[in-house]
Design a protein around this ligand. Sequence first.
Ligand code: SF4
Length: 465
Amino acid sequence: MTYESTATTVSIDLLKKYDRPGPRYTSYPTVPVWSNTVGASDYRQALANASRRQDEPFAIYCHIPFCKRRCYYCGCNTVITNSQRRVEDYIRALMNEVENTAAMMGQRRRISQLHFGGGTPNYLDCQGIAQLLRHMDKFFEFVPNAEKSMEIDPRVTTVQQLEFLAAAGFNRISMGVQDFDLLVQEACGRVQPLELVENLLSHCRRLEFTGINFDLIYGLPKQTVEGFSKTIDAAIALRPDRLAVYSFAYLPSSLAHQSKILPEDLPTTGVKYRLFATAVEKFTAAGYRQIGMDHFALPEDELTRAQADGRLFRNFMGYTVQHSPEMVGFGMSSIGYIDNAFFQNHSKLDSYQNAIAENQFATYRGLRLNDDDLLRQYLITQLMCNFRLNYEDLAAKFGVAYNDYFGTEHKQLGVFFDDDLLREDAAGLTITPVGRTFVRNIAMTYDAYLNGSQADKTPTFSRTI
Ligand code: SF4
């Protein structure tokens, strides 16, 4: 298939101008403003309320925290272990959590999306995954077109595992690639040759997985513009359906293992801008559509089509076309969204397992959204996912006129109009192709916890580029 180039050039001056701390908006309000006054009894009540919406499908996120060794750049919530007993104990806790949740959800059983994240979800062998899936099948029903996805580490993935996942109805796979350059891989403590990824990709295609995703990271040690360009070219040659290009945040003072990365090996801020600009330019020139600030998908991919129709949705599992507003999280540190409230489980393995054993639920923080939060959540989701906001849709959904409610925020958009990142017509706001890279900055204008009424709770974030 040949692809029409939609090349987008993002200038280094713009990257410099808009690079500031800011949220990624996988949720609104963002995690740092959640409170630990929300706990297991609130979660129980939310599940009971949600059980009344019997016909509405919901989504499941399942966190598998284990990895064999820690990559030096890792920023995830992981447990490094080789102990099979720890894994078995964890699977048992997950199964209890599934059962306790199902008991609260009553007749509400339909699932539209299941995502395994980590850690390394495929640290579990086929038997462990099968045990969990059988248990979920006992209490829930997957809708016919349900999206079942798993993040995999190519270094520990076997063909047998992929065959098992395909037979179990998994249809999406996301691979951690980061960079194909051996020097970068060695500096990150994670060596995985291109041939390994290539081989797994061909098996994924044979097994008819769709929406196959590669995660890349820019800002890693030893990365150069030339080397990363080669990685991007290699990725384009392999043609995954989707790509995510994340920024590496170097935080050795809070993540001690990152101190294995030498500061002098890191690219300068200027080089980091060029790495990202190169990714945007090359992927869009190769026919990929920029579907989020740092996500790209082929034109025929479901995500691209959903975005064109204005029905793309984003949650903690990433971009999705399965709009299940409600989601339950299983496992340590997992997040759920139920009955207009966020809930997060304990992020330490022992605390999680003890809480499940004692209280049935392991919620340790969360946030119930008020009317203003819900309105801003909708607006920010529209911008982040569909790159536009329709004033009539907003009024129909919330009974407010955009100009009356967001008059103050709108006045702050001038800088984005001037730089042609954003345009307005009678119907609403549209983010331009260049503006897509800066969608977080635009969304931040509407964040009540960064500006305006809730600003006293202002959280801190990593940088937007
Ligand atoms: S595989 Fe992923 S989660 Fe595990 S240590 Fe490496 S980066 Fe962290």
